[in-house]
Design a protein around this ligand. Structure first.
Ligand code: NAI
Length: 327
């Protein structure tokens, strides 16, 4: 299509934004289709965002059809086909979990309402800002006219991390790793599943044949990778988060690879025993802007306990934001 895809990015002056915007503008999401960027920030960050837009201009990207910036969600989200909700309030010193949930609750209730009012009728909404699953639940709950399946939270970075760790362990190229699944919450309780994954078409858990590595190295390495990056880099993962945000949106809009699946946190209808209504990560295939949870996978006792623990955490977060009146 030669009609530009209108893509909103929130938190556009932040770390992830600084990587994400240039990849979006260079065509990593849309391929040949032009893109129009709608960038939302809080008022004090608009000046920095103007600087980022100057750099976008200076790249002279042929596929970048326009850039608009502002601090008014209803203006920025007007007519958008895709909203990437990256901006969120990080946990500050002395902030309790409840404080974090209410600070983000304020952001995602307002953005959900604005999207409900002005987004294009085909809008898809991907939430990267943490706590991503619960922020997506809040936005979804505040946008009653947008179909619930249009909301998802990002677990693609965890998915990509799991692929990378498994490739390194087995010596296989990343392209040989398929059918990876992240289950549950984008948090330390997430469950990367090797029992359904494959290495060059063979069962990954059997190929690795090392339950100790799977349990005590692989899972914690994937689940705590964010902290390890902060420790090494002195700031949180940004380029990889931007890359995963694009991977997730690209597959959602343009379709996942034949014979494979991806991980996306989407609203549960009770699949695999995940309580209905939670936004939890599942194996999904995507096509034409729709996702479908992969059915009939084997969940062994080990996996069951891990999935249950992560979804219990999601249910606690939901209860907390319900109590705060955010959903
Ligand atoms: P950052 O702090 O560098 O940037 C966040 C930006 O959001 C700031 O520029 C801030 O002004 C803006 N912002 C805050 N409230 C806003 C609002 N109401 N509307 C619009 N913009 C607003 O953070 P960074 O590193 O870019 O990360 C962004 C978020 O992504 C964080 O919540 C982080 O925890 C999360 N994240 C999620 C990952 C995932 O896999 N789901 C991976 C890595 C980060």
């Amino acid at each position: 299509s030669t009609t530009p895809l209108k893509v909103a990015v929130t938190g556009a002056a932040g770390q992830i934004g600084y990587s994400l915007l240039f990849r979006l503008a260079s065509g990593a999401l849309t391929g040949g289709q032009p893109i129009e960027l709608r960038l939302l920030e809080i008022t004090p960050a608009l000046k920095a965002l103007e600087g980022v837009v100057m750099e976008l201009d200076d790249c002279a990207f042929p596929g970048l059809a326009g850039v608009e910036i502002g601090d008014d969600a209803e203006r920025i989200f007007d007519g958008v086909n895709l909203a990437l909700l990256v901006g969120a309030r990080p946990r500050g010193p002395g902030m309790e979990r409840g404080d974090l949930l209410s600070a983000n609750g304020a952001i995602f209730t307002a953005q959900g309402k604005a999207l409900n009012k002005v987004a294009a009728s085909d809008v898809r909404i991907g939430v990267t800002g943490n706590p991503a699953n619960t922020n997506a639940l809040i936005a979804m709950s505040n946008a009653p006219d947008i179909p619930q399946e249009r909301f998802s939270a990002l677990t693609r970075l965890d998915h990509n991390r799991a692929i990378s760790q498994l490739a390194a362990k087995t010596g296989a190229p990343v392209t040989d790793i398929t059918k990876m699944t992240i289950w549950g919450n984008h948090s330390a309780t997430q469950y990367p599943d090797l029992f359904n994954a494959q290495v060059a078409g063979k069962n990954a858990a059997e190929t690795v044949d090392d339950q100790d590595w799977l349990e005590n190295t692989f899972i914690p390495t994937v689940a705590k990778r964010g902290a390890a990056i902060i420790e090494a880099r002195g700031s949180s993962s940004a380029a990889s988060a931007a890359s995963a945000t694009i991977d997730a949106a690209r597959d959602w809009l343009y379709g996942s690879a034949e014979g494979d699946w991806v991980s996306m946190a989407v609203r549960s209808n009770g699949e695999y025993g995940v309580p209905e209504g939670l936004i939890s990560s599942f194996p999904v295939t995507t096509s034409g802007g729709d996702w479908k949870i992969v059915e009939g996978l084997d969940v062994n006792d080990f996996s069951r306990a891990k999935i249950d623990a992560s979804t219990a955490e999601l249910a606690e977060e939901r209860d907390a934001v319900t109590e705060l009146g955010l959903i």
